[in-house]
Design a binder for this molecule. Structure first.
Ligand SMILES: [Zn+2]
Length: 221
């Protein structure tokens, strides 16, 4: 069953995605939401000349959101195709049952690491709590390929909430969009702080088990 309120939720999140500078324009980057009740995925469309012109995600409307099943087949009747990165979104949902929202960003600070193939080291406490520690840069895969889907799932292993896509961007995961955007904020802050820190000197990195006091870890269990 297709839910109109979920199309509206994805359209609203995608407009926010644009406002937060996570996409420079056109169809650069995308978002998706999984309905855990039906396993249908509500995802950004693929702009196409003569079919769908969207100058940026800031103007996207709910009727532009495409609904696909777990096999990637379109199940709505609006006549639009999903983003070319739909296979990557599907692979992440398959690997991570607890994740129901994905923000695939093309933002500047995290991209600086993605274009050098470098991981973002664990240097701030919040990176450990929100991102799952160090953020890995996935092996390269061309846009829309199965390679990129496979490589990003591998980079997310160990319950990471974010990963970098080499020469491309990043993915941020959450139980919902609120969580995925928080992850995205901390990803950009971590990348920016790491880059600025290297101007002043060698970064002091931390192991995940050093971040939270062991007593707090026990309480959390
Ligand atoms: Zn992309």
């Amino acid at each position: 069953m297709i839910k109109q309120e979920l199309r509206e939720e994805v359209a609203q999140a995608t407009r926010l995605f644009w406002e937060k500078d996570l996409s420079p324009g056109q169809d650069s980057g995308d978002t998706s939401l999984r309905d855990p009740q039906t396993n249908l995925i509500y995802i950004c469309p693929r702009p196409k000349p003569g079919v769908l012109h969207i100058p940026n995600w800031g103007v996207i409307k709910d009727e532009h959101i495409v609904v696909i099943n777990q096999q990637g087949e379109v199940v709505d009747d609006f006549g639009l195709e999903p983003t070319v990165e739909a296979p990557m979104h599907l692979a992440i949902y398959e690997a991570r049952p607890e994740v129901n929202a994905i923000v695939h960003s093309h933002a500047v600070w995290s991209s600086a690491f993605a274009v050098t193939g470098k991981n973002i080291p664990l240097i701030l406490a919040e990176q450990s709590l929100r991102l799952g520690g160090e953020v890995r840069c996935a092996e390269y895969g061309s846009v829309g390929s199965d390679d990129i889907a496979r490589n990003i799932v591998k980079a997310l292993e160990g319950h990471k909430n974010a990963a970098l896509m080499m020469n491309h961007g990043a993915v941020c995961l959450g139980k919902n969009f609120e969580e995925a955007f928080i992850v995205s904020n901390f990803l950009e802050k971590g990348a920016k702080t790491a880059l600025l820190g290297t101007v002043l000197g060698k970064l002091i990195t931390r192991r995940p088990d050093e971040i939270l006091d062991q007593r707090l870890l026990k309480k959390a269990k």
